[in-house]
Design a protein around this ligand. Structure first.
Ligand code: DAH
Length: 356
């Protein structure tokens, strides 16, 4: 390397050793190696030299450059460490500060009830199924032994939709989860043991009715199923769900087109205080019955071999009773003050109560 280049390298190294921080060091790099830097300018002059000289000068310039690069790396390492140490000294972590609160979501009471009843029926060997909110009126009514012009169709304030289903029948928003009985029987061989929680729709709106609400359907089909199975299953469920092992349960004969015989189920409560399980009054809570042979036939099931029971109940209703919620409307309003009170923590699992 020529004296002139050695001097340049020495000058660069001295400038580096004086750099107090990384920013100043970068200034040195730019001054020597940047596009307009001192060494880069010398490199540009190479082209004007005769070939022999150009080769020697080129090698010398490269050597100078490598030497400056190496020193830059070393200086960078030293300054970066110093920089980090200074920052660590200056920044103080106060370990006694409380953690910032993380806003936690919560589980809506309707979803929590669905989780709970799925856990209870799950423990009895039921699986949960789902189906479409839009049904043809065959699934919602016809297959369930509710023919056209049957009064039950008017009872249910059905929302009819434009167009027809794949079967050519009018489309409705399902008014009940009972079409899941039909879909399940058509889709799988007995024995069957399912529940079907989901949204249902009726054109009705006041403090105790919402146009959209939730039901859960239940269906058991097997050989030799009797009313005794229905009564035992629903009694166990209601006692487990409400967490009252002595909850009085009454089966009262009733009428549904899709069951024969049909029964409404009441639980004991105190009408004045709203307390469940005591008080001598009765509160209707669900509908049930032995699946009508005509419904079995509509679904291709031989009623001489297979019998079963079905039930259906309103999810809002059992949730309101369990938690003492008086008004239906806040369920759908998303008011976080109401949710803070009635919704539950996602960290608490849906538990099985005594009685199962
Ligand atoms: N689908 C009926 C309703 O919405 C409830 C019901 C009653 C369901 C009896 C059933 C049943 O499966 O067996 O009012």
């Amino acid at each position: 390397m020529s004296d002139e280049l050695e001097a340049l390298v020495a000058e660069a190294k001295s400038a580096m050793s004086q750099a107090a921080n990384l920013r100043e060091l970068d200034g040195v790099r730019v001054a020597f190696l940047g596009k307009q830097g001192r060494l880069s300018t010398l490199m540009k002059g190479l082209g004007a030299l005769p070939p022999e000289e150009r080769k020697q000068r080129g090698a010398a310039l490269n050597e100078a450059r490598a030497s400056i690069d190496l020193s830059l790396d070393q200086a960078h390492g030293v300054l970066a460490t110093a920089d980090l140490n200074a920052r660590l000294l200056a920044e103080k972590q106060d370990m006694s500060l409380p953690a910032r609160p993380i806003p936690a979501g919560s589980i809506h009471p309707i979803n929590r009830t669905i989780e709970e009843l799925t856990a209870i029926f799950g423990a009895m060997g039921f699986s949960a199924v789902a189906g479409p909110d839009i049904e043809s009126d065959w699934y919602n009514f016809g297959a369930l032994n509710i023919p056209d012009h049957h009064p039950a169709r008017q009872d249910q304030d059905t929302f009819y939709l434009p167009g027809t289903g794949a079967d050519g029948r009018p489309l409705v928003l399902r008014t009940q989860t009972s079409p899941l009985q039909v879909r399940t029987m058509l889709g799988q061989e007995p024995p069957i043991r399912i529940i079907a929680p989901g949204r249902t729709y009726r054109a009705d709106h006041d403090a105790t009715h919402s146009p959209m609400f939730h039901q859960v359907e239940g269906l058991v089909i097997d050989r030799g199923i009797t009313l005794g199975h229905l009564k035992g299953c629903l009694t166990d469920f209601l006692r487990a769900f409400f967490g009252i092992s002595t909850l009085p349960v009454r089966f009262r004969s009733s009428y549904f087109p899709f069951t024969e015989p049909s029964m409404e189920v009441d639980i004991g409560w105190n009408r004045k205080t709203g307390e469940l399980g005591a008080g001598g009054d009765w509160l209707e809570i669900l509908g049930s019955g032995m699946v009508h042979p005509r419904v079995l036939a509509n679904c291709g099931i031989d009623a001489r071999e297979w019998q079963g029971f079905a039930f259906g109940m309103g999810i809002e209703r059992i949730t309101m009773l369990k938690h003492g919620i008086a008004d239906l409307r806040p369920f759908y309003e998303g008011d976080i003050r109401w949710l803070a009170h009635y919704a539950s923590s996602p960290l608490t699992p849906a538990s099985l109560h005594e009685g199962v």
